[in-house]
Design a protein around this ligand. Structure first.
Ligand SMILES: [Zn+2]
Length: 146
């Protein structure tokens, strides 16, 4: 493919793009005799990207790093949110536990109902806690805490 676009670097440090054959003139310092062609491109889009990354590599890295940090923070807050939800449910499970330490499914169901929790099922909470080794099945629809 024919290269019709050029990435130009000026002595002042500014990078810019021109259409091949047009007059080279730095868009920042207006010098035209101390610029040199770095690379040629066949599409203006590739040139545009090259100009952007040549001009601001540090800035782009900074933006990417910031985005990473933000998504890390988001992930963390999501986890802690889930954790606080889980402890909320654990409190309800404790409330559903009788004095002799037996957690009953129907009791947990009624506690969830009382708290207007419709998107979480007692069976799921029990299964999750069983999986995590918090409780163990002791009888039909009954569990004891470990
Ligand atoms: Zn310049």
């Amino acid at each position: 493919m024919e290269s019709t676009w050029s990435l130009i670097k000026c002595i002042c440090g500014h990078n810019f793009g021109i259409k091949k054959g047009s007059k080279i003139r730095c868009s920042r310092c207006s010098k035209n005799n101390e610029c040199k062609i770095i690379k040629n491109f066949s599409s203006s889009m590739d040139l545009g990207m090259a100009v952007a990354s040549a001009n601001a590599p540090a800035e782009i890295n900074h933006i990417i790093n910031n985005k990473l940090k933000k998504s890390e923070a988001k992930k963390y807050s999501l986890n802690s949110h889930e954790e606080s939800n889980m402890s909320k449910y654990q409190i309800m499970m404790k409330n559903a536990t009788s004095n002799d330490g037996v957690l009953k499914l129907d009791k947990l169901v009624s506690i969830l109902n009382k708290n207007f929790i419709e998107d979480v099922f007692a069976e799921d909470l029990i299964a999750k806690s069983e999986f995590e080794g918090l409780i163990i099945r002791s009888a039909h629809n009954e569990w004891t805490w470990l």
